[in-house]
Design a protein around this ligand. Structure first.
Ligand SMILES: Cc1cc2nc3c(=O)[nH]c(=O)nc-3n(C[C@H](O)[C@H](O)[C@H](O)COP(=O)(O)OP(=O)(O)OC[C@H]3O[C@@H](n4cnc5c(N)ncnc54)[C@H](O)[C@@H]3O)c2cc1C
Ligand code: SF4
Ligand code: SF4
Ligand code: SF4
Length: 375
């Protein structure tokens, strides 16, 4: 990948190269030229401006983890699997029943957003809402009911960063955003860009969700039919727990299938993703490590940590520190994702040049004696 490029380079290197994770960042700040069809960006109108913002913001053209950590957290990670974090890792649960009823896990995300909107600390929260047919759409929440209506996980991809573009265009000045690790990476690139100012600094809080993968919509629908769900509107909730994909129907029926059997539904671009724990968010939230009905919470930035403490002090959540053995469960899942996907990444790498040496990527460490091998 190059340092700079334009839409043609973005299409060649990312979109038609199986790397586009459909995060929406490229189109969020260039609506004139970039739209989305079949879960990929397309340009219906030829762009002659060639400014290159789309290429610069895309998390799949390049991403510099340590530079982002230094800029956002003021320091770099000590934990290679979970990324940089401040102090402890927690498990949390909303105290309010309306949030608990609708949330995916402990409702920490929705509690925090509803609180910040009520206090006026943010004027909009960009979240992901599902249509009746489970099609996820970016949504600008400005009140508690909006936040609750968008609670719960959608396991197909949403170009959620488009909602940030809409919120900025609508004039919101203090925005919170909830996204998967790829969305957060795209947002960080837009915020830290030295070349383009799209007012991404109006996003004051990035909440990241843990993520192993998302499913391709068409393949998921086909799989649901195979599992006996003929109408997706009958589904109340999807979940992934303890190695199973769980479908809870409105009728009360619960269907389960091993997550391994969902492998063929995974979006191609997810196979090259090395971020499980939303490593560049202000606060990351997931379920692994916590008891059912609770969320795992990793505060990373100073403001993220302050917010976690504030929601507890305000009496909105129950909050407990996670034990080291539970944190190991999170690390193990992150390790699994990184190892599996690193294999896929290495399989696509071309020989690496270090000064005048040209080496196969997997031999680099051996050759430079970073790993000692004896005959
Ligand atoms: C695709 C996906 C994969 C996940 N994989 C894992 C995993 O492997 N392991 C794990 O521990 N946790 C995973 N999670 C996180 C977990 O499912 C919960 O989202 C998390 O625990 C927060 O729960 P909560 O009750 O605090 O959130 P809630 O209060 O229910 O709020 C959830 C928020 O997430 C937003 N949201 C939902 N779906 C999406 C989406 N597709 N894109 C962007 N934003 C969305 C909603 O708008 C809402 O604001 C995943 C989530 C998603 C969406
Ligand atoms: S105008 Fe700039 S951001 Fe928009 S498509 Fe062209 S190169 Fe990309
Ligand atoms: S910014 Fe996101 S949606 Fe656009 S090309 Fe890159 S990965 Fe795909
Ligand atoms: S696995 Fe990575 S690329 Fe795929 S949806 Fe999750 S964060 Fe995005």
């Amino acid at each position: 990948m190059k340092d700079r490029g334009n839409i043609t380079d973005l299409e060649a290197e990312v979109v038609y190269n199986g790397l586009c994770c459909y995060c929406g960042t490229c189109g969020a700040f260039c609506k004139e030229y970039i739209t989305f069809e079949h879960e990929l960006p397309i340009t219906k109108k030829k762009c002659y401006e060639i400014c290159g913002a789309c290429y610069d913001f895309c998390p799949r053209t390049s991403f510099a983890p340590y530079a982002v950590e230094r800029a956002v957290f003021g320091d770099i990670r000590a934990d290679n699997l979970l990324g940089y974090y401040r102090g402890a890792i927690y498990t949390a649960r909303a105290k309010e029943g309306d949030i608990r009823d609708k949330a995916q896990d402990g409702g920490f995300v929705s509690t925090l957003l509803a609180y910040l909107l009520a206090k006026g600390d943010i004027d909009a929260a960009v979240v992901t809402k599902a249509t009746g047919e489970w099609e996820p759409e970016p949504f600008i929440a400005t009140k508690r009911e909006d936040v609750i209506a968008a609670a719960g996980s959608k396991y197909t991809q949403c170009p959620a960063v488009l909602g940030v573009g809409d919120a900025i265009e609508a004039g919101y000045k203090n925005i919170a955003f909830v996204g998967l690790p790829c969305h957060v990476q795209g947002m960080r690139k837009a915020q830290l860009s030295k070349l383009f100012d799209v007012h991404a600094d109006r996003v004051k809080l990035l909440i990241g969700l843990f993520c192993t993968e998302t499913f391709d919509t068409t393949k998921l629908r086909k799989k649901l039919t195979e599992l006996g769900v003929n109408d997706i509107r009958d589904v109340e909730k999807f979940n992934i727990k303890k190695g199973s994909f769980i479908i809870q129907k409105r009728s009360g029926e619960v269907l389960k299938t091993p997550i391994k059997k969902m492998r063929d539904c995974v979006r191609e671009a997810c196979n090259y993703c090395y971020d499980f724990a939303a490593e560049f968010a202000d606060i990351s939230v997931g379920s692994i490590g916590s008891e059912p009905g609770w969320s795992t919470v990793i505060p990373r930035s100073e403001s993220g940590l302050e917010l976690v403490n504030r929601t507890e002090a305000e009496g909105l959540i129950d909050l407990k520190e996670l034990s080291e053995s539970k944190i190991e469960e999170i690390r193990n899942l992150a390790l699994y994702k990184k190892r599996e996907n690193l294999r896929n990444i290495l399989a696509r790498l071309e020989p690496i040049r270090v000064l005048n040496m040209e080496l196969e990527p997997e031999m680099l460490k051996n050759f430079l004696l970073l790993e000692r091998t004896s005959p």
